[in-house]
Design a protein around this ligand. Structure first.
Ligand SMILES: Cc1ncc(COP(=O)(O)O)c(C=O)c1O
Length: 370
């Protein structure tokens, strides 16, 4: 890459003086009698925002998924259905509890798990499904909940990427037995690293709280089970609380960024951007394009070309079933046909309209459309 090219990063947060001030306050005061103050505040406000009764703030969404599966008693000999296209954390958590992730195909427009194909993967061993609201688009929760009910399966929503997205007017993360969000630095709301586990079920909350607290009983230092430890710190929670107070502004910016891309690329034959199904609101966390095979450019080659112009892009997830830790033959033809030609473009919360114009212009030049 020539030295003078200015790099446009793939993603990043929006941090104001408000965040800095509140985190400083938590750093000074979040001890002794205030040791849980900011965590409690964040949990209350976040669960109220999504519309669930209970919350446990965690150090990551991966940790939240692990706690959810452990709390449901899922383990060795059990199967859990996950989409073939997602971040590895969804399936890794299934492995953590000793169960087997089973990979189902995705829908061609939303890129989320296909409820019909999910149902076909159910066996006697299936205990749960983990739909993922991929890149911010809600999975088809009505159909998924109906399948789960028919087969008596638990539902854990992996809402890592979908803060504020709506399905039939209801927030993603409010449907399942549990739901899990990520506040990793790439997410719209960030706490640096972090996550949260939500539920409406008091019994499940109790079990999750107990396990997430190292299996501590009421008697001090008397642990009755080997539990887990994925806690969020007060300083992170303070950051999350201020970020949450700005969430609609930040989601609004994401939608604006998507619209800048749509203006330039939306009508270009052979380029397919993120969808938004009727009845859904997409938070457009990750701007994505699926390119027609006719361009003869696979995602890795295109990423290299874009980088020469200072544009950092990111590959659409590889099907998990194709990765070495899983390495399974599947019939997930949609996942396998889309993934090689799909990638993500810069969409950090500080990106400007002219930078998006530069990215789109460069892409069109590379594709020989300009
Ligand atoms: C779909 C999905 N699930 C789970 C995770 C895991 O989140 P974390 O990095 O907070 O553990 C991510 C993170 O990027 C994700 O995108």
């Amino acid at each position: 890459m020539p030295k003078r090219v200015k790099i446009i990063p793939i993603t990043g947060p929006s941090i104001t003086e408000k965040e800095v001030k509140y985190v400083s306050e938590a750093t000074r005061n979040g001890w002794y009698k205030n040791a849980n103050k900011y965590i409690g505040e964040f949990e209350r406000k976040f669960s109220s925002y999504i519309g669930t009764k209970y919350a446990i703030a965690t150090s990551s969404c991966t940790g939240a998924l692990h706690i959810a599966l452990a709390s449901l008693g899922i383990g060795k000999g059990d199967e859990v259905i996950v989409p073939d296209i997602t971040w590895i954390a969804t399936a890794a958590a299934v492995r953590y509890v000793g169960a087997r992730p089973v990979f189902a195909d995705i829908e061609p427009d939303t890129w989320c798990i296909d409820p019909r194909k999910m149902e076909k993967k159910i066996t006697k061993r299936t205990k749960a499904v983990i739909p993922v609201h991929l890149y911010g688009h809600p999975a088809d929760m009505a159909a998924i909940m109906a399948v789960a009910k028919r087969h008596n399966l638990r539902v854990i929503e992996d809402a890592a990427e979908s803060i504020g997205s709506l399905y039939n007017g209801r927030k993603t993360g409010s449907f399942g037995d549990f739901s899990c969000f990520s506040f990793h630095g790439t997410k719209i709301l960030t706490t640096g690293e972090g996550g949260i586990l939500l539920t409406n079920n008091g019994r499940l909350y109790k079990r999750a709280y107990f396990l997430s607290n190292q299996g501590k009983s009421k008697k001090p230092f008397w642990n009755t089970e080997v539990g887990l430890k994925y806690k969020m710190s007060n300083m992170q929670a303070a950051l999350g609380t201020v970020q949450l107070s700005r969430i609609e502004e930040m989601i609004g910016k994401k939608i604006e960024i998507f619209n800048w891309y749509k203006e330039r690329l939306g009508d270009v034959p052979g380029i397919k951007l993120n969808a938004e199904r009727p009845g859904c609101k997409n938070n457009y966390w990750m701007i994505t394009a699926i390119l027609d095979k006719k361009f003869g450019l696979k995602k890795e080659a295109l990423m290299k070309k874009l980088l020469k112009y200072g544009i950092v892009s990111r590959p659409f997830f590889y099907p998990l079933s194709s990765l070495p830790p899983f390495s399974e033959k599947t019939n997930n033809s949609v996942a396998y046909s889309l993934s090689p030609y799909a990638l993500h473009f810069p969409c950090g919360l500080n990106i400007t309209r002219s930078q998006v114009g530069y990215v789109c212009g460069t892409l069109l030049k590379i594709l020989k459309l300009k």
